[in-house]
Design a protein around this ligand. Structure first.
Ligand code: DGJ
Length: 537
């Protein structure tokens, strides 16, 4: 009997057209951008490797199982120009092949970071044949005429060498991976930014600075005049919205203009790489930014990178890039996420300092911003991967991915990040409003006496007007009906899990667990999914 079923099934499946797994791509679903991997929306539950780890296969050997223990579905890993092209025109892709092999073995995806012309402003990953030939590959010059180990974007040889290597890398990824789609996104360069001045003073740069602003930029400004972000709009407005002239004529004489000028040229350079790479193999591509410290002036921080205040310049100069991404080593997580998403762009977090509270932030980022990726930096540095809070959060987020990606596009998902004493009130979802506060607010919570409270966070998904899934850590939630002055009560609260996208209820959370029907609670340091049915009375 079994055999017959197999035969029929086999014959039948031969008649079915094979499903082609398309190349990973970004698609717009409602107002939301989703990353499709193997034709399905994918949330990157990632971790970025420390800079040098992926330069040694031996070093990586013990790391892979640890990454798996933290429930990562994606490893974000550098590709080093100096190691793939040690001699001009001769390429060695063995490190990438090893990343591909191991990622597949551990059932993970890869985001590759091109450490090419620039890495954190500098050009330390340029191969020796580039570094040592400064007449062929010129450097930036500071105000005093001093060179730095930063190749200038104002030189064709620099662009040509970097672009060729990047295109060759994309060719290799295509050859080695276009069936399996292990590599799902590529970052072009790393934290591009200008130091120690707001612009370079090399001869080609000075000439360009005193010439007319490129038409492409002015056309972009004119076309998007009403939708420009305030930072660029106000500078342009203050100088009379001029539509021709040199950089200082159009934007005025200031450090901000120097930064805009540099941002444009970095964007155009990165765009050349992205365009060349995509022509070979069309994966989503992005650039990342070192966020600026408040109060620091251009030149005092890595300036002109893909930062919120020059986003318009980057978008104008780099249409082949899919998005700009923030790296988080600063406080004010929400502030920066808001800046990156305010114009409707997707949020992708390739780096967040591997620190306390990132579990709460991951819930918040996926729930509040529908973010595409979250990834602590130097993820392999933990010695106790099985205990890492981010691994526990990723376990929950893995289970919820089908639900999240189904309900995000219809705005039926909300996220929250809760600090000591912060309460988020009256947030509308389904037929109800909810209020959420820190679990330590409950007087009996063991943590309530602590002076510093850890970050708490979570998300809620409305699957019907009166049915919700809540997940996170350290939260207490209450509900009120939207439509009447009645009160809301719980028909049921069930803790449970998703197995292959099917809900498996576990404990019925009543009595002390829901404070005899008063609230939904997930204690801090615990991670769970609870399914809630509400009624009104
Ligand atoms: C941000 C960079 O993008 C990383 O490559 C690494 O240098 C970290 N900073 C170090 O904190």
């Amino acid at each position: 009997m079994k055999k017959a079923i197999f035969t029929i099934g086999f014959v039948y499946s031969c008649l079915l057209p094979a499903v082609t797994q398309e190349i990973p791509k970004l698609v717009k679903n409602g107002n939301h951008v989703q990353l499709l991997v193997e034709n399905k929306p994918f949330l990157i539950l990632g971790g970025e490797l420390g800079n040098s780890s992926a330069s040694s296969n031996d070093y990586m050997r013990s790391i892979w199982p640890r990454l798996k223990q933290m429930n990562l579905n994606t490893v974000i890993a550098p590709v080093y120009w100096e190691l793939i092209e040690p001699t001009e025109g001769k390429f060695d892709f063995s490190l990438i092949d090893s990343l591909l092999k191991n990622a597949r073995l551990f059932n993970m995806k890869l985001v590759l970071l091109w450490f090419g012309a620039w890495k954190n402003s500098m050009s330390c990953y340029a191969p020796s044949w580039v570094k040592t030939n400064t007449s062929r590959f010129p450097r930036i010059l500071d105000k005093t005429g001093g060179p730095h180990e930063i190749i200038t974007p104002f030189n064709k040889n620099n662009l040509e060498a970097d672009r060729k290597a990047f295109a060759r890398l994309m060719q290799h990824i295509k050859d080695a991976d276009s069936k399996e789609h292990t590599v799902i996104t590529v970052q072009v360069e790393n934290e591009i930014g200008m130091l120690p001045d707001a612009r370079t003073y090399d001869e080609a740069a000075n000439k360009s600075f005193n010439s007319a602003i490129p038409r492409q930029l002015l056309d972009y400004l004119v076309k998007n005049k009403n939708n420009l972000l305030p930072e660029i709009k106000s500078i342009w407005e203050a100088n009379g919205y001029k539509i021709s002239g040199s950089w200082e004529e159009v934007f005025g004489k200031s450090l901000a203009t120097d930064e805009i000028f540099m941002a444009w040229h970095y964007a155009v350079f990165a765009n050349e790489l992205a365009a060349a790479g995509k022509t070979v193999y069309n994966l989503p591509m992005f650039v990342n930014a070192a966020l600026n410290r408040p109060g620091a002036k251009p030149g005092q921080y890595p300036s002109a990178g893909p930062l919120p205040h020059v986003m318009d310049i980057w978008k104008a100069g780099a249409p082949s890039l899919d998005f700009l991404a923030p790296d988080f080593y600063n406080p004010d997580f929400k502030h920066w996420c808001d800046l990156y998403t305010r114009a409707g762009d997707p949020l992708f977090i390739p780096e967040h300092r591997f620190e306390k509270g990132i579990d709460a932030k991951a819930f918040f980022a996926f729930g509040n911003y529908n973010c595409l990726a979250f990834s602590p930096f130097s993820i392999e540095s933990t010695t106790e991967p099985e205990k890492e809070p981010i691994g526990k959060a990723y376990n929950i987020l893995t289970q919820l991915t089908p639900l999240l990606t189904k309900y995000q596009p219809v705005n039926a998902v909300k996220g929250f990040l809760i600090e000591k004493d912060s309460i988020q009130k009256d947030i509308a979802i389904g037929d109800y409003h909810f209020t959420v506060h820190h679990e330590y607010k409950m007087g009996w919570s063991p943590g309530s006496k602590e002076s510093a409270w850890p970050l708490a966070g979570g998300l809620i998904i409305a699957t019907a007007g009166d049915e919700f899934y809540v997940a996170g850590t350290g939260i207490v939630m209450t509900f009120t009906p939207k439509a009447s002055n009645k009160k809301a009560g719980f028909i049921s609260i069930d803790e449970g899990s998703f197995e292959n996208a099917a809900w498996k209820p576990g404990r019925r959370m009543n009595g002390d667990q829901d404070h005899q029907g008063r609230h939904v609670r997930i204690p801090w340091g615990e991670y769970s999914i609870q399914r809630i049915k509400l009624y009104t009375y």
